[in-house]
Design a binder for this molecule. Structure first.
Ligand code: PBG
Length: 308
C-alpha cells in the first residue's frame, strides 16, 4: 500500500575532500562523516556505485594558505575538487559527479561571493562563478550545482558551458536556498565557519519566512536554463519542496543539510531515538513531499540498510 518508496537511486552522497594521501579526518560536529583525501574519495565512489547511489557531490576543505579575499583557488584547474573529479571519473566512470559552484570554500571571509566594500557584489561574482563552473566541467563534472544564490548566474553559466562545448553538463540550481542556522556543521567541515565575516548570508540567501519567493526563485532559475532545482534545508522546508514540485512538475531535489544530519546523530547518541529508523523515516518523508532525490550525508549507510 506504500505510495512512495525510498531506494539508493534516490540518494546523492556529499563528500568532503582534503589534500594528502590515504588519510581521513573526523568532523567533530558531524559524527560518522569524515573528510577524505582524493584516493579515499575514489574508494568511496566505488562503494557508492556498489550500493546503487548514482551521484556524488564534492566539497573541498581548502587549506587556509590557499584561501584569498577573491577565492581565486576556485579557478585553479588543479585544485582539490577538480583533481578529485578527474580521479573519480577515471576509476569509476559510471558514477555521476556533481560540483558545487560558490566561493565560500576558497575565500578568507567565508562568503559565497566577492566582498566589495563589505557587500556581496552580485554581478562581479557571477563572472567568477562562470569561470569556476567551466573549470569543473572541464575536469569532467556531470552536474554543476550553483549554491551561491547570486541572481543571473544560471543563465550565464549555461551560456558559457554551451559555448565551451559542455552542452551535456546538467545544472542543478540551489534555487530555493534559505539563510539557515542548519548549515553550521557544514561550515566546520569545509573550514569556513571560523572565518565567516558578518553573521549571516541573508543578503543573498532567502528569508525563512517566505514561500512565494521560493517559487519566484525557482521560476527564474528554470527560465535561465536549470535542468533541476533544489530546496535547502530539507525537513523544516518540506512545504517548499511540495509546493515547488506541484507548481513546476520538474526534477526537484532536497538537501538534508549538515545540521539536520547532526540533530539525528546527537539525539541518537543521547539515547533519545533510534538513529537508523529516524534517518529512514526522515528520508521517506522527503519522498512523500515530492522530492525526486535527496542529498544526505547518510547516503551510504542508508543504501546499505535498504539493501539489507
Ligand atoms: C556553500 C554551501 C553551503 C552548503 C552547501 N553549499 C553552506 C552555506 O551556504 O553556508 C550547506 C550544506 C550543509 O549544511 O549540509 N555555498
Amino acid at each position: 500500500m506504500a505510495e512512495v518508496r525510498l531506494g539508493p537511486q534516490d540518494l546523492i552522497w556529499p563528500l568532503f575532500l582534503i589534500e594528502g594521501e590515504n588519510r581521513v579526518e573526523p568532523i567533530a560536529t558531524m559524527p560518522g562523516v569524515e573528510r577524505l583525501t582524493v584516493d579515499r574519495a575514489v574508494a568511496a565512489a566505488r562503494d557508492a556505485q556498489a550500493l546503487g547511489i548514482p551521484l556524488l557531490a564534492l566539497f573541498p576543505a581548502t587549506p587556509p594558505a590557499l584561501k584569498t579575499e577573491d577565492g581565486r583557488e576556485a579557478l585553479n584547474p588543479a585544485n582539490l575538487v577538480c583533481t578529485a573529479v578527474r580521479a573519480i571519473k577515471a576509476a569509476v566512470p559510471d558514477i555521476g559527479v556533481m560540483c558545487d559552484v560558490a566561493l565560500d570554500p576558497y575565500t578568507t571571509h567565508g562568503h559565497d561571493g566577492l566582498l566589495i566594500d563589505d557587500r556581496i557584489a552580485n554581478d562581479a561574482t557571477v563572472a567568477v562563478l562562470v569561470q569556476q563552473a567551466l573549470v569543473q566541467a572541464e575536469a569532467g563534472a556531470d552536474v554543476i550545482a550553483p549554491s551561491d544564490m547570486m541572481d543571473g548566474r544560471i543563465g550565464a553559466i549555461r551560456q558559457a558551458m554551451d559555448r565551451a562545448g559542455h552542452e551535456q553538463v546538467l545544472i542543478m540550481a540551489y534555487a530555493a536556498k534559505y539563510a539557515s542556522a542548519f548549515y553550521g556543521p557544514f561550515r566546520d567541515a569545509v573550514g569556513s565557519s571560523g572565518t565567516l565575516k558578518g553573521a549571516s548570508k541573508s543578503t543573498y540567501q532567502m528569508d525563512s519566512a517566505n514561500t512565494d519567493e521560493a517559487l519566484r526563485e525557482v521560476a527564474l532559475d528554470l527560465g535561465e536554463g536549470a535542468d533541476m532545482v533544489m530546496v535547502k534545508p530539507g525537513l523544516p522546508y518540506l512545504d517548499i519542496v511540495s509546493r515547488v514540485k506541484r507548481e513546476f512538475a520538474l526534477p526537484t531535489f532536497a538537501y538534508q543539510v549538515s545540521g539536520e544530519y547532526a540533530m539525528i546523530e546527537a539525539a541518537a547518541a543521547a539515547g533519545c531515538l533510534d538513529r537508523d529508523r529516524a534517518m529512514l523515516e526522515a528520508l521517506l518523508c522527503f519522498r512523500r513531499a515530492g522530492a525526486d532525490g535527496i542529498l544526505t550525508y547518510a547516503a551510504h549507510r542508508v543504501a546499505a540498510a535498504l539493501a539489507r
